[in-house]
Every structure is written in C-alpha cells, then in structure tokens.
Design a protein around this ligand. Structure first.
Ligand code: G4P
Length: 525
C-alpha cells in the first residue's frame, strides 16, 4: 500500500470530557467495536480514580498503567482509528492540552444531567484555538437529564460551538426509548436489559409514517415529529466542510454504558472525520503526503522502574514514512538518531513496528534526549509549532533540602520539566527557582519522583503569584519592562522572559504602563 492510501486510512482523534462524564466507558465501547479488546473493563484501569486525589503513589501507579493506553489503535471498516488518551484528572490538564496537538479531531463527551462542566470548557477552548473539528456526544440518556434543546443552547453558549444534532433522543431516563438518527433517517430502539448488543434499528425515512407510532407510542412519536421539525428549522443543515473547518459540531445522543448510540457515533465519525492534517512548523507547512519523514514529540513518560532511567517519548508522525533502524535527525540537538524498537500500542498490547505513517503515534525509548516539542526529521531543519506551555495556575518556590545532593536535584528537576510535569521559572533578581503547575497534585508527584528516581530532596515555600505571562515587543520595549519590573521577571526553560504577576491588578498595571509590550498566557503567540 502506498503512502497516500496509508494516510487516507487513518483517523487520529482524542476524547475529552469533564471527569465522570463517560470518556473511559465510551473509549472502551469504541475499542470493543474495533475488536481491539474483547471484554469490558480493559480500559478502566487507566483511570485515575477520584479517591486517589490525595494519594499520589496511587496516581503514579495509574500513570504507569496509562502508558499502555496512551494510544489505542484499532481497525474499523477498513480504516485505522487511533484514539489518543487524555488524562481525565484536571491536575494533568497540561498533558491533555499537549495531546490535543497530536490529534486531527476530537469527540467531546457531555453528561446529560450535568451539562457543560468546567474542564470541558477549558479543553474545548484549546481545540477552538486550533480549529480542531469537534463532534459532541451527549451521554447517560438512560438517566433523567436536561432538556435536549436547553443542552444545545448551553453548549453553544458555554463552549462557543455552533451545533447541529445528527441524532435526537426519544424520551429520557425511565421513558428513554431510543434515538432517531437524523443523518441516516433510522430509528434506533433502546433495550435497557441487554448490555452488549442493545440496538434494534428500524428504517423510518418518513417520520409521518404510522410505523413510528407503533414503535414508540403516539405521544412520543408526536413529540419527536415536533422536535425534528424544530431542529430542521432552527439549526443549519449539516455540511461536512463546515465541520472540517471547526465551524459546525454535529451532536449525538446515547448511553455509553449501555453501548447505545455508540455505533451511530462511530459510523458517522469514520465517514466525516478528517484524515491526517498538515502541521505548521516555524519554517513552513508540512503536508502528510510529503515523501520525507517528519514528526514531533508531544508526550514523555518516565519508566516506572526507578532502576532504569528509560523514558518513552510519544511521537506523532506528520509526514512521510517512519522506518525502524533508519537514521533520522534530532533537530534541536542536531544529532543523528536511530530507533531500533519503535512501539505501537493497541489497547493493552504493544508491539515493535517496522513502519509508521502520518497520523500514527509511536513510542520511542529514550534515555533523556527528548523534550516535549522536539522534532525528528529525515534531515530537514523543521520545528513544529503549536505545542505551547500554558500559564500555570499554582506556584511555589522550590528549595534544595539536601545540600549534598544539589546536582541530583538540578538534574531531576531538568528532566521532570522536559517531561512536562510542571514548568520551572528562574527569577531574574536572585536566581530562585519557582515551579508552576496546573494542579496541586504535581507538587507531590515532583517531590516523590525526585526522591525515588534521583535521590534528591526538595522543599516548597509558598509564593504569591497569579499568572506567568510570556512577553513580546521590540527589544527596547522589553528592556524597559525588565529594568522597571526586575522583581517580577523570570526566565522559562528556553531562556524566554516571563512576567510573574502577583495579582490581576499588577498585571493590569504593567500592561497600562508598558503598552508597547504584549502579555501572553501561553508561550507561543
Ligand atoms: P470518565 O472516564 O469520563 O471519568 O467517566 P467513566 O467512563 O469512568 O464514567 C463515569 C461513571 O459514569 C461510571 O460510573 C460509569 O459507569 C458511568 N456511566 C458511563 N456511561 C454511562 C451511561 O450511559 N449511563 C449511566 N447511567 N452511567 C454511565 P461509576 O459508578 O463512577 O464507576 P463504575 O463503578 O461503574 O465503574
């Protein structure tokens, strides 16, 4: 099979949701359809449980398990579908932001009773920034929840998406009878008693037909007719082009745990979802069908065995064919590298691959060469964009607690930062180190891993900070800000200037006093 055929076969996406909306359950049902797993429960173990929020050892264990499920590939209808796992735990949101750089589309899962929740809002914002095509799956229809139209309004309002239902529920909770598939004009009946194969599909191309009353009863049938008429009047017709541009999001309803509505979602997904998309580099746009190989690292996972410092770098293939045991260029280090054991992950199975194609994600065993965002190519100097650091939300000073181990501490911190566990800022005025994270949990994870993997000890000290802002402007303007606000300035891991704002007020003052400097909440702008 040629490169073009391989590219056209691939659909690489991520599922995002607020914890507990049903992401794990949906992933699992999709894998069951694809035959990648045989029994339910195989993916569950990946989940960082709520009870584990204060138990970071447990989280580390879960992280270990999650290596295997970082990428879940399966074949469906002749296509190769790759699901990239995104951690549900909000303290690992930064991991999720980065994983979203490696997908071509996403499915957003929303709990019908809870509606749009905070984590979903944050993640969808990142997708919209990149115009990633989004499909919405409203889950748990077997329970009482919000009215369908109200939910669609909420999605439009809170997530800023323009929606178009492609299926519509008949009843809800106790009265839930199934969904009408507006895309294929079929009624799919729900049987709450079976768990595996619960769908009965009835073709009803004309909603006025008596068959509908026979199947769901007169009242429900009339309600559905009214609602479908309303949908056709209120919502734009579904155009695939609009979806691919990230401007229109189709919406499906179902119940993942009952395996209901999942097949409709998957069938539509494989039909409309984008094939691997071009990627932007600082130098130029890279198209997947280019002959020469290129890819970038979006996630690094430390091996859980402290005796081996090996890590796995996850790389998305962006163009050409990646081949095992072939010399490639590690662009940042300007160094040739060969990979003898590139690995793919199929749910819980992993295997060494000889070749990988655009849209694929491979795991590369690494002894400390890679940082998040690194590019690997056939030889060209390419630096992929779109893997920014986001302003952390929590900050602490980090101090060395064991003067005999300062080297180990420096090395451990550097490697953990390369992995993207947190961000390190060095204050200009006194060289003190500040760690910034998205969640409080990372502080414990860092302390624990420094001790167990590097033999170093650290202590934290509170620091009162609101945001870290990357800055841009003329050299003179930046010099002006740095000299006036030396106390608030720091450098990030790349040596870029960062303004550490104590409060939204100090940030506002700095913006007003230095109008020629732009302040950014992410490192790429
Ligand atoms: P997450 O990955 O998004 O965090 O959610 P997950 O799939 O783990 O689902 C969260 C809870 O919601 C689970 O229950 C799961 O069984 C339930 N769930 C998922 N889909 C549906 C659905 O369609 N209907 C209903 N009623 N429940 C659903 P749990 O009690 O937290 O876990 P478990 O003990 O069932 O594993």
């Amino acid at each position: 099979m040629g490169l073009i055929e391989e590219i056209n076969k691939r659909r690489t996406f991520g599922i995002i949701s607020h914890p507990d909306a049903g992401k794990t359950t949906l992933t699992e049902k999709l894998l069951l359809f694809g035959g990648a797993i045989q029994v339910a429960g195989a993916v569950k173990s990946n989940k960082i449980k709520r009870s584990a929020t204060s138990d970071f050892m447990e989280i580390e264990k879960q992280r270990g398990i999650s290596v295997a499920t970082s990428v879940m590939g399966f074949e469906y209808k002749g296509l190769k579908v790759n699901i990239l796992d995104t951690p549900g735990h909000q303290d690992f949101a930064e991991d999720t932001y980065r994983t979203l750089t490696a997908v071509d589309s996403v499915i957003v899962v929303i709990d019908v009773a809870k509606g749009v929740e905070t984590q979903t809002e944050k993640l969808v914002k990142v997708c919209r920034m990149r115009k990633t095509p989004i499909i919405v799956f409203i889950n748990k229809l077997d329970r009482e929840g919000k009215d369908g139209f109200d939910l669609l309004d909420e999605i439009e309002e809170k997530l800023g998406l323009v929606v178009r239902p492609l299926s519509w529920p008949v009843g809800m909770g106790q009265r839930f009878q199934g969904v009408y598939n507006l895309y294929e004009k079929k009624l799919v009946l729900f049987n709450p008693h079976g768990k595996q194969s619960t769908e009965e599909v009835i073709e009803i191309t004309d909603l006025d037909s008596e068959e509908l009353d026979k199947q769901v009863g007169e009242d429900a049938a009339n309600e559905l007719r009214e609602e479908v008429t309303m949908i056709e009047e209120v919502y734009l017709p579904f155009e695939r082009e609009d979806y691919l541009e990230g401007e229109l999001s189709p919406v499906f309803f179902g119940s993942a745990i009952n395996n209901f509505g999942v097949k409709e979602l998957l069938d539509c997904f494989v039909e409309i979802a984008p094939t691997p998309l071009p990627r932007v580099t600082e130098e130029r746009e890279v198209r997947p069908d280019e002959d020469k190989f290129s890819g970038f690292v979006f996630k690094i996972h430390a091996n859980m065995d402290p005796k081996h410092r090996d890590r796995i770098a996850f790389m998305r293939v962006c163009s050409g064919t990646f081949e095992r045991n072939t010399n490639y260029l590690h662009v940042r280090q300007n160094k040739k590298m060969k990979f003898s054991n590139p690995t793919t992950f199929m749910a819980s199975r992993k295997e060494v691959v000889d070749a990988a194609y655009p849209g694929d994600v491979i795991g590369l065993y690494d002894s400390g060469n890679f940082k998040i965002g690194d590019s690997v190519t056939s030889g060209e100097q390419l630096n992929f964009k779109g893997i920014p650091s986001f302003s952390p939300e929590q900050f602490r000073y980090v101090n060395n607690a064991d003067p005999m181990k300062s080297k180990q501490l420096a090395k451990g911190l550097a490697q953990l930062m390369d992995e993207g566990v947190a961000q390190l800022f060095i204050k200009e005025i006194n060289g003190r180190k500040i760690i910034g994270t998205v969640g409080a949990l990372q502080f414990e994870v860092i302390q624990y891993r420094l001790k167990h993997e590097y033999g170093a000890s650290c202590q934290y000290e509170p620091v009162n900070l609101h945001k870290a802002c990357w800055i841009s402007g003329s050299d003179e303007a930046i010099k002006g800000l740095v000299s006036k606000r030396k106390r608030d300035m720091a450098k990030d891991k790349h040596g870029n200037w960062v303004f550490l704002a104590e409060s939204s007020w100090t940030l506002q003052m700095a913006q007003e006093n230095h109008p020629e400097v732009s302040f950014h909440f992410k490192s790429e702008f």
